[in-house]
Design a binder for this molecule. Structure first.
Ligand SMILES: N[C@@H]1[C@@H](O)[C@H](O)[C@@H](COP(=O)(O)O)O[C@@H]1O
Length: 241
């Protein structure tokens, strides 16, 4: 695993955006795997800035998001689709038909999961996957204990994850209990992975990811079995590493 130490959140965001822009500019077709949450917001801001300043185009880019809440309409401000529109898709020239996010409103959820997984495979897989990390080591919404062989599936969110994400909602009770997420095996199929972490809150998860053994109780630890992973973390997230 490569580790890039950034000085702070802004530096982490700038360095991540530069790597994404390089990939987007230097390939005829690119499939990006995208993450939500607080961590990648600054990266999207940099991508948008670069699009406005340097006209980097996303016409040839296809995207697959990691996850979406179950039962949440895309127009709900707390949905991940809304987040992505707000921070990225509405601000660049990506064609609507190139955007993919699991449909949390699907009537048949297992079927939606299978459809999503197949769509990723049919697009020839993800070239560059962006990941955040939960305090408990979750990636996407793959909570501790998720099988490493898992593909896109429905998960029940850990109480700690709902609590952490409650900051985006009015009340903890409003945070959905379930989500659709790419599985660990789905994430591992990506050709390249960038995992971002900022702040002391993530330091323990980053320490375990780097130093402890690969174990399903620490979902992110699976990344040590991937041949092209870069951790881009700021100093605070690396204090224990
Ligand atoms: N499903 C998301 C993850 O994809 C994200 O990486 C994680 C960390 O979020 P944050 O970046 O806000 O700390 O939380 C959420 O649960």
């Amino acid at each position: 695993m490569n580790i890039i130490q950034a000085t702070n959140y802004q530096d982490m965001s700038n360095q991540t955006a530069e790597l994404i822009i390089d990939t987007v500019r230097n390939n005829d077709y690119v499939t990006l795997g995208l993450a939500t949450g607080g961590t990648p917001k600054g990266t999207y801001q940099q991508l948008v800035k670069d699009h406005q300043l340097n006209q980097t185009s996303y016409q040839h880019v296809t995207t697959f998001n990691l996850d979406e809440y179950v039962g949440m309409r895309p127009t709900d401000p707390n949905s991940y689709r809304y987040y992505m529109d707000q921070y990225f898709f509405d601000e660049v020239d990506i064609p609507e038909q190139n955007i993919h996010i699991p449909n949390g409103m699907a009537e048949d959820l297992p079927r939606e999961c299978a459809r999503y997984e197949k769509q990723i495979d049919d697009t020839n897989g993800i070239d560059l996957q962006i990941l955040g990390i939960g305090k408990n080591g979750h990636i996407g919404f793959n909570e501790p204990g998720t099988a490493f062989e898992s593909t896109t599936h429905v998960v029940e969110l850990a109480h700690s994850t709902r609590k952490a994400n409650a900051r985006f909602f009015n009340h903890l009770d409003d945070v959905p209990t379930h989500a659709i997420t790419m599985g660990i095996a789905t994430i591992m199929k990506s050709k390249q992975i960038l995992l971002l972490a900022s702040g002391e809150d993530k330091a323990e998860a980053i320490r375990k990811l780097i130093h402890e053994e690969v174990d399903e109780h620490m979902p992110a630890s699976v990344l040590r079995h991937h041949s092209n992973v870069t951790i881009i973390a700021d100093q605070n997230a690396l204090v224990s590493a």
